[in-house]
Every structure is written in structure tokens, then in C-alpha cells.
Ligand binder design. Structure first.
Ligand code: GLU
Length: 288
């Protein structure tokens, strides 16, 4: 923090062109910093090497500059900080809170289809725990045999490891109007993957570690990530990291009321710009 102001960030993934929803998120974060005389950071979430492309990163800089935004340098690129995420994962693993999961997507889907009472999360059925109770010898043998595995959080153990209720402060609104001091209930997300089969850290680990290391004091982002915040609060507690506040905001929708997606043609900022839309017109449309 500088002089009591909020440190905020915009954290896009360079996997496509930015659209109006990203513009809103970036302007929202920058405004939250500016209003308090704080700092606005830009973070490139390029941890998914298979989908991130450098030309999209260059386009992000171009689009944000067009919007009139300025951000601190150097920009943090997640691909350059894998060691930080690996250290966090190693710490959770050493605490006995992770387990290797060898399941394929189809094995998980088959298990969910088979069980009548498959646990449900906010985004659909949860991981049914197939690998949670594998005998240690089988785990070791499969690992030694080179079978690929992800690392999942053992949610029950993680909740036990945290003493006292977990709360977080919501400055904006969650999707159901949640506001103020909120009890984190990460159990609803089940045994989430924290390290992927390809060895990369998951979004949840990277974003939690980065926000803490960068001193982000106010995490502003779309309300679609509200459920994830419950998990991030738990990860912060498990990793002993400083806890920011959150401000979730509405999502920008198209004329038909659907969420904007990176791949939808015709809605990218570049397209809007080419069609003669000005940044001022966008801000007015957003009510910013
Ligand atoms: N990279 C994420 C996205 O593109 C950012 C999520 C966040 O702000 O925490 O939506």
C-alpha cells in the first residue's frame, strides 16, 4: 500500500482479445486505486502455456492504453514465477493437505453418473473423491510408474487445519447480493485441483500467491469468481498470507443478456475501436 491507498490489479489471461467486459473490469480496478490515491497493477495470467499467446499480451497493452489506463511496471507475468507457486504447493503438500489424483475426465464423469448422490458444487458436480483414499502403496507405485497425476486439496483436512471461522470482507456484491463480513465456506467447492497434471499451478494457487506477493489490498473482479473467493480465503489461511478485501462487480452482458466470451466475434475492443466507438462512449455505457 502507498499512503493508505488501495492497491488493485487487473489480471487478464492472454488467451484472446479483450472485450467490453475486460474493459469494465480494468477501468473498475483502476478507478478503485485512483479514488484512494493507491496503485493500479496489471498482471498477465499466462500460466496456461497451452493457451497463452504473446500477441494477445501485446494486444492487452494496446487495448488498455487506448482506454486511457496506465499501470505500474514491471508487469508481473505468471509464467515467470512458477517457483513461487511450486513453493506454495510444496508447503500444502508437506502439511499433508494434498493428494495425487490420477483420474481422467471420463473416469470422473463415469463415477458421477454412477453415484445417485454425487456431491454438487456451485458450478456442477464435485470431484467424487476417487483418489482421496488410495492406499499409500498404490499411490507410490502409480507415481513411480510415471502415471500422470494432478494434486487435489483434501478439503476436509484443510478445513480441520484452519482454526476458527474464516471470514472475508466483501466491499461490493456477490451474485446473491452478499456484502460486508462474509463467512468463507470453501467446502462447497470440494477437493479442487491445485496442481494440474502437466505440473502447472492452478489459477487458484497462482492468483492467491500473486495477490499476496504483490501487496494487492483490494481484489476487484467479476462476480463469477465469488465462489472462488471462498477457496482463496482458505488458501491464504493455510499459506499464512496476508488477507486482502474483495470487491466483486457485475458482469457486462451483450444485448441478448449473455456473458461476453473471448471467442465471440464482433465484441472485442479492437472491433469496437475499428467501428469508431470511443473510450468515452464505453465509460458512459458502463456508468463509470
Ligand atoms: N485471469 C483471470 C481472468 O481472466 C482473472 C481472475 C481474477 O481477477 O482473479 O478472469
Amino acid at each position: 500500500m502507498s499512503g493508505g491507498g488501495e492497491t488493485t490489479r487487473f489480471a487478464p489471461s492472454p488467451t484472446g482479445r479483450l472485450h467490453a467486459g475486460h474493459a469494465f473490469a480494468a477501468l473498475f480496478a483502476a478507478r478503485a486505486a485512483a479514488e484512494t490515491g493507491g496503485r493500479f497493477l496489471l498482471r498477465i495470467e499466462d500460466i496456461d502455456a497451452g493457451r497463452a499467446r504473446t500477441e494477445f499480451e501485446a494486444a492487452i497493452f494496446e487495448d488498455l492504453a487506448w482506454l486511457g489506463l496506465d499501470w505500474e511496471r514491471p508487469v508481473r507475468r505468471q509464467s515467470e514465477h512458477r517457483a513461487d507457486y511450486d513453493a506454495a504447493i510444496a508447503r500444502l503438500e508437506a502439511a499433508g493437505l494434498l493428494y495425487p489424483c490420477f483420474c481422467t475426465r471420463s473416469e470422473i464423469a463415469a463415477e458421477i453418473a454412477r453415484s445417485a448422490d454425487a456431491p454438487q458444487g456451485p458450478d456442477g458436480p464435485l470431484y467424487p473423491g476417487i483418489c482421496r483414499a488410495l492406499p499409500a502403496a498404490e499411490r507410490a507405485a502409480r507415481r513411480a510408474g510415471g502415471e500422470p497425476f494432478a494434486l487435489r486439496l483434501d478439503m476436509a483436512r484443510a478445513l480441520e487445519a484452519v482454526r476458527g471461522p474464516l471470514v472475508f470482507e466483501e466491499r461490493g456484491r456477490g451474485p446473491a447480493g452478499e456484502h460486508g463480513r462474509i463467512q468463507a465456506l470453501p467446502g462447497a467447492l470440494g477437493d479442487v485441483v491445485l496442481a494440474r497434471k502437466d505440473g502447472g499451478a492452478s489459477y487458484h494457487i497462482a492468483v492467491t500467491v500473486d495477490d499476496a506477493l504483490q501487496g494487492v489490498s483490494l481484489v476487484t473482479r467479476g462476480e463469477d469468481l465469488f465462489a472462488s473467493t471462498h477457496l482463496h480465503r482458505l488458501l491464504l489461511a493455510l499459506l499464512g498470507l496476508p488477507v486482502p478485501r474483495w470487491q466483486h462487480h457485475r458482469l457486462i452482458r451483450d444485448a441478448a443478456g449473455a456473458r461476453l466470451a473471448k471467442r465471440t466475434g464482433g465484441t472485442s475492443l479492437a472491433d469496437l475501436r475499428a467501428a469508431g466507438v470511443t473510450p468515452q462512449a464505453l465509460l458512459a455505457e458502463f456508468g463509470l
